[in-house]
Design a protein around this ligand. Structure first.
Ligand SMILES: [Zn+2]
Length: 371
């Protein structure tokens, strides 16, 4: 059986928060609980309730790394880590052969997969990705107001989670101590990914096929744990073969088969190349796009009960316009060249089509874009 959308899932859950005394590191990081779990123990003590002097080396290291990521993420928005969350987070680290690929976020919780016998070392890039889901989805008034709309956009949700990781670490998945780990194949950014690529690139299975192919390579086949365990898990899931043959057409591609993770990748590739060519760091590009008091919108005209109503929506297109407006003239020329090279307009057309489709389904409206 194939396990689809394995990598970096987003789920919704409402963790129950009780009044507890937590240590200073948890309090500083904005977290209510951290648990180190394995498949035999699905619950465990809350490490945040331990005094600082009682923390093991691994517990202290993980709290410090989480705090470091939260502080860096808060800096992107110019706020404190305390203001980053509506309520403190609940975090679990669970030992699994899939490691970081088995990670997901709820509305106020993160569950991180870590390799067995790894002393709960976690992948910082994947954690930042899950954090991105919480930030765009939790309705925090300290964060850009455009998130409320953008979080419903197929182009945005996974792309933004990856953008947080890229802005903080310049990597979506941090490679494991310089060794071949195959998991970075699940999400890979180069300068050359565009919407001119074949449509199969944007469908489910593509990223799984990349990991599976890495597992088949001779250099990797004789590796020990944890890579062996991960690759065995992949071979149990079945075959993933993808042929890149059909040109991507935003107006005809089967929307139900599009992988939310893959569809945003040319946008990330575009921003990464923009960063390289303009010598603006990724975190600066991030700020230029989101640091707007009144972010732009696009306007849709919808028929509701025989009356016409205008609906303003923050879209990825308006986010990109906000970003471009903050560049100087020479940088704007670079932006335009790269946007054409990456086929950004084609991606945005797919975003428009998906948005219109969801608007029309919602409350049976009949909408069209007017501006
Ligand atoms: Zn995700």
């Amino acid at each position: 059986m194939k396990l689809l959308l394995l990598s970096f899932l987003l789920v919704t859950s409402l963790p129950c928060l009780a009044q507890i005394d937590i240590n200073e590191l948890c309090s500083k990081a904005g977290i209510a609980s951290l648990k180190h779990l394995d498949l035999d123990n699905w619950d465990g003590p809350n490490i945040c309730e331990k005094a600082m002097s009682e923390l093991s080396v691994a517990e202290r290291r993980n709290l410090e790394e989480i705090n470091n990521i939260h502080q860096k993420a808060a800096e992107l928005f110019g706020i404190s880590a305390f203001d980053l969350f509506v309520e403190p987070l609940e975090i679990e680290m669970l030992e699994t052969t899939l490691g970081g690929l088995y990670s997901f976020a709820g509305s106020r919780s993160i569950s991180m997969g870590v390799y067995p016998q790894s002393d709960y070392v976690f992948n910082n890039g994947i954690y930042a990705h899950e954090l991105g889901h919480i930030l765009s989805g939790n309705g925090n008034k300290n964060l850009p107001l455009s998130f409320a709309d953008l979080d419903n956009s197929i182009l945005f949700t996974e792309m933004f989670a990856d953008l947080i990781a890229l802005s903080l670490f310049d990597e979506i998945i941090i490679p494991v101590s310089g060794e071949e780990s195959c998991i970075d194949r699940a999400r890979y950014i180069s300068g050359g990914q565009t919407y001119h690529m074949a449509q199969e690139y944007f469908l489910s299975d593509f990223s799984m096929a990349r990991v599976a192919q890495c597992c088949q390579s001779r250099a990797v086949r004789n590796r020990g744990a944890p890579l062996k365990g991960l690759c065995e898990e992949f071979s149990r899931m079945g075959e993933f073969s993808v042929k890149l043959t059909t040109p991507f057409d935003p107006m005809t591609i089967d929307m139900s088969k599009v992988d939310d993770h893959q569809i945003g990748i040319p946008l990330l590739s575009f921003m990464k190349e923009l960063s390289r060519k303009t010598q603006l760091q990724m975190k600066e590009i991030f700020k230029l796009g989101f640091d707007h008091k009144l972010p732009r919108t696009e306007v849709y005209s919808c028929e509701v009960n025989h009356e016409t109503k205008q609906i303003e929506i923050h879209t990825v297109r308006s986010f990109l316009q906000d970003l471009r407006s903050r560049l100087n003239y020479a940088e704007q020329l670079t932006y335009d060249l790269l946007a054409a090279k990456h086929g950004i307009e084609k991606g945005l057309q797919f975003g428009d089509r998906h948005l219109l489709d969801s608007l029309n389904k919602k409350e049976s409206l009949v909408c069209s874009k007017i501006k």
